[in-house]
Design a protein around this ligand. Structure first.
Ligand code: CMP
Length: 139
């Protein structure tokens, strides 16, 4: 089925000018970028987005990092987009990421891992609505 998923190109990647290279990976995999914007998150906004991780030891560091430089938030659309995006991203820890994946090629560490992608249809809907209005999604 055609799905939509929320993707974030993180500060470590925008800082190194990797937006285009990462987008090429998505497009080569058949994912369409149906919405996209470059924004600067505050630490509070990052904290709200990652609220499910509030109790994790890395939460504060994660929020600081996500607010440290601009991010590119985007909606990717395609057949099985959620799983496909996770495949293209590779494992959370770049040390475990398969060759050719975004994290294997570009991520610096488990924290500074270049991209975020929604993990399920329910979270995708919530995460897309966090950043985009319906009018901004142009399929
Ligand atoms: P993401 O898919 O954006 O979802 C939560 C993020 O927390 C994850 O990617 C990592 O960037 C980050 N994260 C997960 N585990 C750790 C860790 N052990 N130390 C620092 N950051 C982490």
């Amino acid at each position: 089925a055609v799905e939509r998923t929320l993707s974030i190109i993180k500060p470590d990647a925008t800082k190194r000018n990797l937006t285009g290279k990462i987008n090429a990976k998505f497009e080569d995999a058949g994912l369409r970028i149906v919405a996209q914007k470059r924004i600067q998150l505050t630490k509070a906004q990052a904290g709200e987005f990652y609220a499910v991780h509030k109790e994790r030891p890395f939460y504060d560091e994660l929020c600081e990092f996500m607010a440290s430089e601009p991010v590119v938030v985007q909606v990717l659309e395609g057949d099985g987009a959620i799983a496909k995006n996770r495949e293209v991203m590779g494992a959370t820890n770049p040390a475990d990421a398969a060759p050719g994946t975004i994290r294997a090629e570009f991520a610096e560490s488990v924290g500074e891992n270049s991209v975020h992608g929604s993990d399920a249809p329910e979270t995708a809907a919530v995460e897309i609505a966090f950043f985009f209005s319906g009018l901004e999604l142009v399929g």
